[in-house]
Design a protein around this ligand. Structure first.
Ligand SMILES: C[S@@+](CC[C@H](N)C(=O)[O-])C[C@H]1O[C@@H](n2cnc3c(N)ncnc32)[C@H](O)[C@@H]1O
Length: 268
């Protein structure tokens, strides 16, 4: 694709994120129920009448939504981008986009003003520098272009965070930006905000290990610098299970996700 201008810089923690998602590429689709629901909701939120000449699926993962976008916009050229080579290897043979490229949302390997729609579902919570993501989105969008994203806010996996807190003081759950931070950063971005709303989504599990297994299969388990090293001993696991049981409802053990949907437009 002629718009590619070079690879984005990779920090060590990004390499860890990329490696974790690469490892998860083959298990991801089987456990991505929430990701499907959220991505579909994001597609439904796209402005009516939108007809992009070129779209970018930012943090495309296994490419499920690249294939959806290709169906929604059959005339458009699609670009699927992810930081994890393993995900791209999984997505590429399934098609959907004209180009599958490795890159970082904070430093896009794309020329200015080359896309009409940036679609990004549940990827940007992995980007520490969200102002850089917004700057890059503004740079690569054509005037009138739309940046549609879903991500996660603070309060996500609060039950797991609180349960670990009762066991020890380590950071076992990834940190998420607050809704207020998203609001402030989007307002400062120079892009016009068409929508910014938070919708809680609750999954239920019969057993805690189903949740932890799912997070691992998604590649979304804790990668924070404050995480404890080594194996988790049986006594601590028993304490964690007991703490999480306090949250049990008739539907099972809840896992709450605070999903933020953003729709921003680059003014002409
Ligand atoms: C939870 S998956 C979502 C995948 C896909 N959008 C979906 O909804 O099925 C998050 C994806 O974001 C990618 N990702 C994380 N940080 C990224 C970054 N800085 N730049 C580009 N992609 C990134 C991961 O490699 C992973 O494939």
């Amino acid at each position: 694709m002629s718009e590619v201008v070079g690879a984005g810089a990779s920090l060590p923690d990004k390499r860890r994120v990329a490696a974790s998602f690469s490892r998860a590429a083959s298990s991801y689709d089987a456990v991505a129920e929430l990701q499907r629901t959220v991505g579909n909701a994001l597609i439904e939120r796209l402005p009516v009448g939108l007809e992009p000449g070129r779209w970018l699926d930012l943090g495309c993962g296994t490419g499920y939504f690249s294939r959806q976008l290709a169906q929604c916009f059959p005339q458009a050229e699609g670009v699927a981008l992810d930081i994890a080579e393993g995900m791209l290897c999984h997505a590429r043979p399934q098609g959907g986009a004209e180009a599958f490229i490795a890159g970082d949302a904070e430093c896009l390997p794309l020329r200015a003003g080359c896309v009409d729609l940036i679609f990004s579902s549940l990827a940007l919570q992995w980007c520490e520098d969200f102002p850089a993501v917004l700057r890059e989105a503004k740079r690569v969008l054509r005037p009138g272009g739309v940046f549609a994203f879903s991500s996660l806010c603070s309060g996500t996996l609060q039950e797991l965070r609180d349960s670990w807190q009762a066991v020890d003081g380590f950071t076992h759950v990834n940190r998420f930006r607050s809704r207020e931070t998203y609001q402030r950063l989007c307002a400062d971005s120079g892009l016009r905000s068409l929508e910014l709303s938070v919708r809680p989504q609750v999954l239920h599990f019969a057993e805690l290990r189903q949740l932890t297994h799912e997070l691992k299969a998604l590649g979304a388990h804790n990668l924070n610098p404050g995480r404890p090293g080594g194996l988790t001993g049986p006594a601590r696991i028993r304490a964690l299970i007991a703490a999480y049981e306090q949250f049990r409802t008739p539907s099972g053990l809840p896992a709450t996700y605070q999903v933020i949907y953003g729709m921003l437009r680059k003014e002409s």
